[in-house]
Design a protein around this ligand. Structure first.
Ligand code: CA
Ligand code: CA
Length: 300
């Protein structure tokens, strides 16, 4: 299996990024990742203002996937996520996140990770569920900074993107140019502080090109549910787009009319927030597997 060291990073998803390696469709690849601060914070004594903010949200890659052409879908199976630190980093600061305006000064926290749990302030123990914050392909047009999510994936900060899930991304340029980074040992929906439990790590994915398949990407499939994921300038617009995408997906892949697809989704589906703190906001719409199965919809 090819392994990409964390020295090969990009700060924007771009068609102009030179690929680190080229792989055959169907291959497993291992990505070593830095944390979202490119591992600049070793302790709580680090100085917030001395951080190099041009080195934020590095994504390891990109990988050129052979035979991937614009219009195809890239199927990304997340096979393993391994944290590579026994502590995570968090920051809060005036202006950051949802309630940064209530804070007077920046603070850096290191959070111990022990035996599958994070030890949060106040002695709160919380189980780790490692996820990928930044994961995507090159967009067709202008480069998109790794801190921004959009139709190409990117900084979706979606806690469903964890070990065992499958992510479906559009192919916008030849080879797709896939990259990932910004692992969180755990995160709540919203990412309200602007941080998850930020960690370096290692991710193994399987990358497969799917031809002649139309999906409202990005999508995620898990054992429990199928999800559309959408990002937009406002939470309202992201919510609307995620819902539209799921309704059309269900109508296109079942016998249901669009109106009845909406009826079914209004009862069985959940509209959920991924994050509200990035340059575009991200929502997801979940359709339970049990409902998809009854409608003869599969996405594996
Ligand atoms: Ca992020
Ligand atoms: Ca992050």
């Amino acid at each position: 299996m090819e392994k990409i060291p964390r020295t090969h990073v990009v700060y924007a998803m771009s068609r102009d990024n030179a690929p680190v390696i080229s792989i055959a469709s169907g291959s497993d690849v291992c990505f070593e990742t830095c944390d979202c601060f490119e591992d600049q914070i070793a302790s709580e004594q680090a100085t917030f203002t001395e951080l190099d903010w041009s080195r934020i949200n590095p994504a390891t890659g990109p990988v050129y996937v052979q035979d991937a052409e614009p219009g195809d879908i890239l199927r990304v199976a997340i096979k393993r996520i391994t944290p590579r630190s026994n502590q995570a980093v968090m920051v809060t600061a005036p202006g950051l996140g949802v309630i940064g305006d209530q804070l007077q000064q920046p603070q850096i926290r290191t959070i111990p990770l022990e035996e599958g749990y994070a030890l949060l302030p106040g002695g709160v123990r919380w189980p780790l569920k490692p996820m990928i914050g930044v994961i995507g392909v090159a967009p067709a047009g202008e480069a998109v900074p790794c801190g921004t999510p959009d139709a190409h994936g990117g900084n979706m900060d979606c806690k469903i993107i964890t070990e065992g899930c499958t992510l479906w991304l559009p192919v916008n340029v030849p080879g797709a140019l896939f990259a990932l980074g910004d692992l969180h040992a755990a995160m709540g929906d919203g990412e309200v502080s602007v941080c998850g439990l930020e960690i370096p790590g290692e991710v193994v994915v399987n990358l497969t090109v799917v031809k002649e398949c139309t999906l409202p990407t990005p999508m995620i499939s898990t054992q429990e549910a199928l999800y559309t994921v959408a990002s937009a300038k406002t939470l309202d617009d992201a919510a609307k787009l995620a819902t539209h995408n799921m309704a059309h997906f269900v109508a296109d892949h079942s016998q249901l009319s669009l109106a009845d697809a909406i009826n079914v989704l209004s009862i069985t589906g959940d509209l959920q927030i991924c994050q509200v703190v990035d340059p575009l906001k991200t929502c997801r719409f979940s359709l339970p597997r049990s409902v998809a199965t009854q409608l003869n919809i599969s996405l594996d």
